[in-house]
Design a protein around this ligand. Structure first.
Ligand code: NI
Length: 237
């Protein structure tokens, strides 16, 4: 377990995450909490009809991961840690597998999209203490959903490490991911990234942007310190 980056005070680490059963939008195959193991994961709950907040957050996750990818591919060309981003819909009514798979084409190519029945989505959201609620507000003729704006970093055991909120930047994500991956390699010398089960293991190829220069430093990084909360309830998020 990682000791250097506290998940939160007290029992926070154990309180986030749990069993769920969803479906991988791209492959159509079942995807459960067990499939999160093997690799680091970045989990985000949202919906494809979200007008601005979800796309912004997914852009940020994409950019943060690209920076971390650049570092990892340089430092460990034999086995870069290909952290897996996961988008879980909280709009089972409208977000079909097809819709989610298509939506994710705009973001990091490793994104795994997860869909499911209203019950299975509720179960997953509850496991990660994510709040969502359909509102009376409309956008382009459709309803909006209030939801927690939160991105979880999970370690290769599928355990909660920390989280990122709206105030965190892509650099925060890149720094924290890199630091945790480095830490994990140190304490788990036998670990080979890319062994995670489930999801798309496709490596990022085309449309790769120039990587900002990142040094393997021990610089202090902004680690979110507040414990995850049940609901942020950002309207129209
Ligand atoms: Ni949203």
């Amino acid at each position: 377990m990682l000791k250097s980056i506290p998940a939160s005070q007290g029992s926070g680490r154990a309180a986030v995450g749990g069993p769920f059963r969803l479906v991988d939008a791209k492959s159509g195959k079942p995807f459960t909490d067990v499939d999160l193991r093997g690799d680091f994961g970045l989990l985000y709950f949202g919906f494809t009809f979200c007008p601005d907040i979800c796309p912004d957050e997914l852009d940020k996750i994409t950019e943060g991961l690209r920076k971390a990818d650049g570092f990892e591919e340089k430092a460990h060309p034999d086995a870069p840690a290909l952290v897996r981003p996961v988008f879980i819909t909280i709009d089972p009514e409208r977000d079909t597998a097809e819709a989610v798979a298509e939506y994710l084409e705009d973001f990091h190519p490793r994104f795994v999209g997860l869909v499911g029945s209203p019950d299975s989505v509720r179960e997953a959201a509850r496991a990660f203490r994510v709040y969502y609620h359909k509102t009376a507000e409309e956008s382009d003729g459709g309803y909006l959903i209030d939801h927690s704006i939160i991105c979880y970093l999970l370690d290769p055991n599928g355990d909660f490490v920390t989280f990122f909120g709206r105030n965190n930047t892509a650099d925060d994500i890149a720094d924290v991911v890199r630091r945790n991956v480095r830490e994990w390699r140190r304490s788990n010398p036998g670990w080979r990234p890319g062994q995670g089960s489930g999801g798309s293991r496709t490596r990022s190829t085309g449309e790769r942007q120039a990587m900002p220069k990142i040094e393997d430093d021990e610089a202090a990084v902004a680690v979110p310190s507040a414990p995850p909360v049940v609901a942020e309830g950002v309207a129209g998020g």
